[in-house]
Design a protein. Sequence first.
Length: 253
Amino acid sequence: MAGRVTSTSATGPRLRLNIAYSSWDLIWSHVHRVLVINLGMTAANLPLLAALQLHHQPWHRPLLFGPLLLLTGPSLAAAFAYLDQAGAGGPATVRAYVRAYTRLFRPALLVSAPHLLAAVAAVVDIVVLRATPAGPALVPMAGVTAALALLSCVVALAHVAAHGRVGRRVFVLAPFAVVRHGPLALMNLVLLTAGLLLVNQAPLLGLSVLPGCVVCVVWHNCRSLALLADTAVRAGPVAGRSAEAVRVHSHVS
């Protein structure tokens, strides 16, 4: 970014801000990616958005909104894969998002379905149990379960977007990463909740601005979560073997 240029005229000093071409290119490329993600996720979740316009309390109709929520998994995985490709210097076009969506639809659906169904079941338990005598004890547990399932789903989808396949370890690594690195997971929860609430209040404005911005931040956080989780799991056996070697060496000595 170039420096500030100040010129003096008859009316006094005047401030002029010069921005380098590379800075403008970075800004507009980011705006372009956000708009592509907004368009792609809105188009992929049109049935869910239409159902939300008809019913403003989805937790009262889990059989309707449960299957529709499954569509959010492939669209979010496609957004993560699109950002991975754009960050690596690949084409950041609408066609790239569509290709990522079709390529990752099946693995993302297989990963997101168990997590989302667990979250839906926990939300239904909250609605049913809150008016019962056991509500004060069980509702917080159901709330934690729903939050853990949703956050684990997001981390698992980031893993699928990066590797393009479903692994059995992802169902263990994702909750482990969420629990181990709580601040990043809590940031993701706050961002996702705020984005959903704002979209619910102003659908047109929210869908045109918020999804891409929220997904970009969540994508960066999920990459850190997955990296830290993989590192910790890989370091565990190595650390265990090193400690065992030290114990054997000290015993022999």
